[in-house]
Design a protein around this ligand. Sequence first.
Ligand code: ZN
Length: 469
Amino acid sequence: MNVKVKIGVEVHAQLKTRTKLFCSCSTEYGAIPNSQVCPVCLGMPGTLPVLNKQAVKLAIKAALALNCRINEFSLFARKNYFYPDLPKGYQITQYQYPLAANGWVDIDGHRIRIRRVHLEEDAGKIIHMGDRILIDYNRCGIPLIEIVTEPDLTSGEQAYKYLVYLRQLLRYIDVCGGDMEKGELRCEPNISVEVDGLKGERVEIKNLNSIRAVEKAINYEIERQIATLRAGRKVEMTTLLWNESTGKTEPMRVKEEEADYRYFPEPDLPPLIVKPEEIAMIRAELPELPQNKLERFVKTYKLSDRDARILAFNLPLSEYYEKLVKLGVSPHRASSFIISEVLALLKREKKSIEELNVSPEALAELLKLVEAGDLTLNIAKTVFVKMEEHNLSAREVLEREGIVQIRETDKLKEIIMEVMRENPKEVARYRAGEKKLITFFMGQVMRKTRGQANPHIARQLLVEMLEGG
Ligand SMILES: [Zn+2]
């Protein structure tokens, strides 16, 4: 059986603006229904839309990050359809002349072409409550970009990776919050399958509430279409709804099916003209993109791909990391401490890295004590938590907690003697050449001193005394 799968993805991403696309209503999430509306976004006769410049800027920023060509001339269009979520009776979008086109992203070495990125306004929200239908127009006129790929994807897993990357990228350049539950990001994949030369039509799926759901729905749909074609039946062009509880796609009710939208140019808005110098300015403001940063981290700091990915795909975290390295902490020490300790603490405290009390300078001081051998990593971990809790420096915590280091050679020698007496077999094995037992002895010394032996001095003495016989 020869199977070809083609998947394209349409994403709607809400732009992070304070106000709507064509009026000054707030875009704040969670407001009382229908409290953020005005005659413009409610489509009252005689009102005129005024384009939000910030939305245009964010859309260009996203399109540049997706390697698109920005069109200096683009046009708004009316998409006409009759539905209660759309008080004007049409949606202002871009059709024949989009803001940007011809971009690409690379996912695991596979290039996904971006066909277009365009601006449009959102519709209202319909809420079904028993036999009643409620409408909230707060979302009406919220600025969105639609990002459309060519049908270059071939599996649910690949679509999942593309969407994870896209969400990370949009968050990274601070264009979109990416929260699917708040409707900030919505995905609609389309799938077509060919089995042994038999071609099915393109099927679109809606009602996907998470990136995982997109993956599951695509995989289900591929199997369904293959089975349909193999049974000698046709796959018709249609739009299906994903049912999360059954894990199946279902036909839409007839009235929700695609209509003829009778697009025509929006007469109330002039063409959108973007000057080359504006594009150049936005391009100059773009941070180093995560994919480039990832490669640089692997190359310059010799980090594993996994660790570099964790750091590089989060802009403030990557900046925190690089400050540590600039302050003289070794790249590996800095990355492993951030990934294991800092991120765990942020997760526990439900904080972002910007809200961390411990500055890079303060953490660098602590980690340099570890690197100098003056503090064990275990104690450093405890000290770090206390630094965060009480907003103190490493030295202040050490003093306050009475963490004094045992540096006196005589006292340490005594403890080492004791450890050697208690473990004669290990001593013999060490002397017979099993040098890695040094870790075991260090552990014993630390246990006896409750972690307070200066690790650097203790290790030196241990080696001396073990080798010395
Ligand atoms: Zn409004």
